[in-house]
Design a protein around this ligand. Structure first.
Ligand code: SF4
Ligand code: SF4
Length: 369
């Protein structure tokens, strides 16, 4: 409770009710109350789990306040006080042997045992759960490129734990971080190459007190001379975890330019980007808000004359899968490396996996402990 009280007090003492946060947030807008009003009363558990933890509020607050941190801390308090049966959502806990992603990989024969078994590696590739689950072809291609461009010796198919953090599961998160540290120590890993912004910043935190270097794929990939002749116009959807540091946002724009693409910006970009709806796992808690967030992005994309809508987090890309009114949606790595997309229809495949009696058996396996 200490942490949540700290953030509540900061907002209760400093919010001037300027409304800027609500103007960039569907959830706050819907509540019709300012963070000041919310901080002065009991914050409902349902409110905490409606916040996408995207940080758009923090980026615009003239008082330097963070409604995001307040709602995030309230989530953790709700878990500690057992105000929510979070176990109902165990199908997405990445530290369980069976969850929706492991089931998807098993069901669709996605297996990396030929490249993810290694005893020692100075440099390894960390694709992240979403990429390695829903885009196996791209994952393998990136690893192949990294083997030649930066002597990458192994692929580490672990989860960074971010989703546990977002769900407020702090004890499980600590255990997962300990496992990550042990893995690195046992294999003498000195450098981790990340492809996903969520993983990148989570790993930076885990290894901040060590000499392990965390780099993005865009820092080390050799993009060669692949130059697009017609300078096709891209619009880049920035990811929330990159909002403040802007590492991916800058590197991707530079890489696209280097490969001969032009860029047109949407209204909300870089530090002011819009959440795709993956943040805070709200698609499991508030799917209605996700639909609205996707609609907002569609409108913004339509206002540009972009030929291609580019994301650099596969969770964002999947949220917009086929929903950009004719503008093809792709992952920056597909575009930069010239790799055909294999993620299309992944959501439909994930849903179909649970149909019929065979699907029921898969679900039972996931939910059984
Ligand atoms: S973190 Fe995002 S969803 Fe949560 S209050 Fe801030 S802007 Fe709204
Ligand atoms: S932007 Fe900051 S000061 Fe303005 S209403 Fe939101 S929390 Fe309060």
């Amino acid at each position: 409770m200490m942490e949540v009280n700290h953030y509540i007090a900061r907002i209760a003492q400093n919010c001037v009710e300027c409304g800027q946060c609500a103007s960039s947030c569907i959830f706050l807008n819907q509540t019709g109350q300012s963070p000041l009003t919310i901080a002065r009363r009991e914050i409902a558990v349902s409110e905490a789990f409606s916040c996408a933890l995207c940080g758009a509020c923090e980026a615009v607050c003239p008082q330097g306040l963070s409604p995001k941190e307040m709602f995030g801390a309230r989530r953790k308090a709700a878990i500690t006080n057992e105000e929510i049966d979070i176990n109902e959502y165990r199908y997405m806990f990445p530290d369980r042997k069976n969850n929706v992603m492991t089931a998807y990989r098993k069901h669709f024969d996605i297996d990396y045992s030929d490249i993810d078994q290694f005893d020692e590696a100075d440099t390894c590739f960390f694709p992240g759960c979403t990429l390695m689950t829903y885009s196996p072809q791209l994952t393998r291609k990136v690893f192949e490129h990294l083997q030649t461009s930066c002597h990458c010796q192994g692929m580490w198919t672990a989860c960074c734990g971010k989703s546990l953090d977002q769900m407020g599961l702090q004890n499980r998160l600590q255990q997962m971080h300990s496992n990550l540290k042990a893995f690195v120590q046992e294999r003498n890993i000195k450098r981790i190459i990340s492809a996903c912004p969520g993983c990148h910043y989570e790993l930076q935190e885990v290894f901040q007190a060590s000499d392990v270097v965390i780099q993005t794929v865009y820092e080390v990939l050799d993009l060669g001379e692949r130059v697009s002749t017609d300078r096709r116009l891209c619009t880049v959807h920035d990811s929330c975890p990159d909002r403040f540091a802007g590492i991916f946002s800058a590197q991707i724009r530079q890489a696209l330019d280097q490969c001969g693409f032009s860029i047109t910006e949407m209204i909300h970009n870089k530090a002011h980007t819009l959440c795709c709806g993956s943040g805070g796992q709200i698609s499991h808690f508030r799917p209605d808000l996700v639909e609205k967030l996707v609609e907002m992005r569609q409108k913004e994309a339509r206002l540009t004359d972009a030929d291609i809508f580019v994301g650099y987090c596969l969770s964002c890309v999947l949220k917009y899968d086929g929903k950009m009114n004719g503008i093809p949606v792709t992952h920056a790595l597909n575009l930069l490396l010239g790799v055909e997309e294999d993620f299309e229809g992944a959501k439909a495949r994930a849903t179909s996996m649970f149909s019929g009696s065979y699907g029921e058996a898969i679900w039972k396996e996931i939910m059984d402990d």
